[in-house]
Design a protein around this ligand. Sequence first.
Ligand SMILES: Nc1nc2c(c(=O)[nH]1)N[C@H]1C(S)=C(S)[C@@H](COP(=O)(O)OP(=O)(O)OC[C@H]3O[C@@H](n4cnc5c(=O)[nH]c(N)nc54)[C@H](O)[C@@H]3O)O[C@H]1N2
Ligand SMILES: Nc1nc2c(c(=O)[nH]1)N[C@H]1C(S)=C(S)[C@@H](COP(=O)(O)OP(=O)(O)OC[C@H]3O[C@@H](n4cnc5c(=O)[nH]c(N)nc54)[C@H](O)[C@@H]3O)O[C@H]1N2
Ligand SMILES: [Mo]
Length: 650
Amino acid sequence: MRSDRQPTSYERLSHPLVREGGELRPASWEEALDRAAAAFTDSVRRHGANAFGMLSCARATNEMNFVAQKFTRVVVGTNNVDSCNRTCHAPSVAGLSAAFGSGGGTSSYSDVEDTDLIIVWGGNPRFAHPIFFQHVLKGVHKGARLYVVDPRRTSSAEWADRWLGLNVGTDIPLAHAIGREIIHAGLVNETFVQRGTTGFEEYRELVEPWTLAAAEAETGVPAEAIRELAHAYARAERAQLSWTLGITEHHNATDNVRALINLSLLTGHVGRPGSGLQPLRGQNNVQGGGDMGAIPDRLAGFQDILDPEVRGRFEKAWNTDIQPHKGKTLTQMFEAMDEGELKALYVIGENPVQSEPETLKTTRRLESLDHLVVQDILLTRTAELADIVLPASASWCESDGTFTNSERRVQLVRKALDPPPGARDDIHIICDLAQRMGHPWQYPSAEEVWDELRSLSPIHRGMTYARLEEHHGIQWPCYSEDTLEPGYLHARLWSADPVERGIPAPFGLVGHSPPVDLLDDDFPFRLTTGRRLDDYNTGVQTSGFSSPLRRGELLDISPEDAELLGVADGEIVRVSSRRGSVLVPASVTSSMRAGLVFMTFHFPDQVDTQLLTLDATDPIAGTAEYKAAAVRIEKVAQPAPDGEAVAAAT
Ligand SMILES: Nc1nc2c(c(=O)[nH]1)N[C@H]1C(S)=C(S)[C@@H](COP(=O)(O)OP(=O)(O)OC[C@H]3O[C@@H](n4cnc5c(=O)[nH]c(N)nc54)[C@H](O)[C@@H]3O)O[C@H]1N2
Ligand SMILES: Nc1nc2c(c(=O)[nH]1)N[C@H]1C(S)=C(S)[C@@H](COP(=O)(O)OP(=O)(O)OC[C@H]3O[C@@H](n4cnc5c(=O)[nH]c(N)nc54)[C@H](O)[C@@H]3O)O[C@H]1N2
Ligand SMILES: [Mo]
């Protein structure tokens, strides 16, 4: 049964494609670029610049992202540029900025090795961030205690001193109960709260109803375990709190992030060596893409697009006017397609047909566009809908440039392989289009792009290529060519001098809001979605290798539920949500708690998980609630060994 569910293998694109008579056919670069430039120019003339949108590639270099957002702002003249940061860590950026004024993680990987306690909250780094997890394990070997907060007993949880298995979407009650316990036990770090924060009194009142018993009832975590974590975190000399999508892929994700940040404010576990907050970013360069300004509300260097002084500097350098308001997020671009307000989309290295929730809606929206141009290394399902497909080189091995990781470290990469004949570097392609649209851009080397960025972004100013090479990467901020800053942020909040301290960090006054897709008799199971070690996102990049480890899509289900449903390991079940249904083999595993099931989105050509997910989104960050759908599970007729279907015994 599983063999015919083997994932599709995608071929590298080696020449441009254009649509003619409903079909994509091979075309020369000249023809494809002429058509794409004419389409964008025509769209701007007819519908204005704000009917254009760009999705920039979080897998590609900083330099490519800088040029992509510059194309959007200068050549087209809109701020509608975004990337898959929207689908993962935009809430972390929003939450951290609201608290500290900047959206990056506050500490370094080395801080995780030299600390006393590590909390991994809503993340499975053993699978999704194995390099970070190596640092965690080094910390553990040196004596740090490890706590994992996750509805599933993940392979990361296997390494933990304690696993807190909470109900999906109950992170705020859990965090508030931890906060309340810290306050009641007299474990608040008074010095830090006084110097570095505002709003403590309101926070104290807010968390007061979340007694250990109330939190146990809502979260499913035993009161004693909540108490233990509260005391361990507050008493630790140094402590790291790291989170990922279990926190951010919810309709109230920014609130979730604020609730976790509150715990660091209460205990002073921020702004010191070994103490900090680490959202682990998803794609290899999603941190860098945002830092380069490939987001609708910030210019390069995380500078506010609403600030006239900031805009003025970029306008002068680029000899253009920049619109004085935020552009559309990825989420808003898709919504604008419904209204006919977005007419042209330029997608560089994203596969939204299979990564956005509710596949049918996404496809309908993309089909409504006048012009869809896709620039990718592979012919994805999104590229199949395009009018023009432009074959790119793969940034991580076929280009020069820099990447920025989750600890804000900018690292150089050098071209190791030649792209297939016929493919072109992403920057080269964007410049080819810009030239056709009246902007004679030339960037003969990635370093020239980088030097332009350095001239505009204070936090990158001191990072020349030579220094990046010499220091094996440099963390931002790096304000000048002869200094290096400490690897952790916000030490200022500890200062006794109010001027040096600057703006204090406010407690986030956020309330609990359960998942949007409610459980009831028809849809009694909570489906959460995420990742496995051996596959990557929508599967296109991992489609090229076959391994016995790649088992195709599975529905992880607890032994108790499997028994109730009469489903054996490997049997096919129908999983239905209020939006659609799929057939998938069950995998009975004790890592799941009763009532909870899990799927990935790695095999959408075989089992389209996005038919089940819903696009309830966080109002601040625009991220969808991929982590909480309500589903029904039914046993279906099973194929007999000879291929005949046999009636299911129920
Ligand atoms: N092997 C591999 N590595 C990857 C990727 C990949 O596809 N494959 N993708 C990359 C990308 S783009 C990203 S963004 C990262 C994502 O990295 P992670 O966020 O670590 O990965 P996920 O598996 O999506 O989700 C993490 C955990 O959230 C838990 N969770 C679900 N709901 C809740 C909840 O309500 N509360 C809490 N506390 N936890 C919950 C899930 O059980 C899951 O274990 O991984 C990156 N690394
Ligand atoms: N159900 C569910 N859905 C989810 C999630 C979930 O947890 N559950 N997670 C969400 C998250 S966190 C993310 S980040 C998104 C990911 O969503 P996407 O970013 O849409 O998915 P990927 O499969 O990572 O697609 C990456 C594309 O980039 C192309 N590419 C790679 N390198 C290059 C390059 O150098 N240049 C160019 N031009 N193209 C390149 C690849 O060929 C591929 O088509 O999915 C989201 N969707
Ligand atoms: Mo992601």
